[in-house]
Design a protein around this ligand. Structure first.
Ligand code: ADP
Ligand code: MG
Length: 226
């Protein structure tokens, strides 16, 4: 099992119970949709799973190891194997498209000739060929989202967490992004994608995990549940 949560819970400092008693298991190679109304806890669950935030109850195991007990170097290793597309993109605002995607390769100390070759190839894959030198703040929301996706997947992560990655995209671009996710899933990356997009979920017939008010209310293969 790749990801397992045991009675996982999160209460924020303001007293909001964002998640309670979440028990789920995700196997290597799965493609999982995470659905639920706004405020249901999707982003919180993703933040807990890649250890950006600590749970207030329960456990998370990645590859059988408790992420709460990882040492600093182990956290670094986990992050290297994990790609994340944030709901708010989190791009380096002063950087170019190239800088933002290259960042992920520099973080794992890839040599410059390799970075120079792989970034344009990745940009082509997300439909941003030739946009290397544009400042990210001059791009549309959908283009920024694709930069965020390129940065998240360029290291061929074992796990990709994507938080509403089609939120800013038109239907056509959205389809292309989903096709890209299906391709990298077929290449072995496990994908957990939070989404509101009923059309995408209904069409793909993948596993759907649904949260409601911080609780897991549905976990089955098939259509959209909210
Ligand atoms: N950093 C935070 N501090 C306090 N409350 C938060 C924080 N982040 C999210 N929440 C609250 O936790 C609940 C779940 O939020 P979130 O995980 O963002 O849901 P979703 O992504 O499904 O919309 C909401 O009630 C939200 O207001
Ligand atoms: Mg969210």
């Amino acid at each position: 099992m790749l990801i397992q949560t045991i009675n996982l819970g999160k209460v924020y400092k303001n007293g909001i119970i964002a998640l309670s008693d979440i028990n789920l298991s995700i196997d290597f190679g799965e493609f999982v949709f995470l659905t639920g109304a706004s405020g249901a806890g999707k982003s919180t669950l993703i933040r807990l799973l890649f250890r950006e935030e600590a749970p207030t109850a329960g456990q998370i195991l990645i590859g059988g190891r408790s992420v709460i007990r990882l040492t600093r170097p182990e956290v670094v290793r986990l992050r290297r194997n994990t790609g994340v597309v944030f709901q708010d993109f989190r791009l380096m605002e002063k950087g170019t498209v190239f800088d933002n995607v290259a960042f992920a390769l520099k973080a794992v100390e890839r040599p410059w000739p390799e970075i120079r070759q792989r970034v344009p190839a990745m940009l082509e894959r997300v439909g941003l060929a030739g946009r290397e030198n544009d400042n990210v703040m001059q791009l549309s929301g959908g283009e920024q989202q694709r930069v965020a996706v390129a940065r998240a997947i360029i290291n061929n992560p074992l796990i990709l967490f994507a938080d509403e990655p089609t939120g800013e995209l038109d239907p056509q671009t959205s389809e292309e992004l989903i096709q890209l996710f299906l391709d990298i899933n077929a290449e072995g990356t496990t994908i957990v994608m939070a989404t509101h997009d009923k059309g995408i979920v209904d069409k793909l017939n993948k596993r759907v995990i649904t949260l409601s008010h911080g609780k897991l209310i549905h976990d089955a293969v098939g259509g959209f549940v909210q």
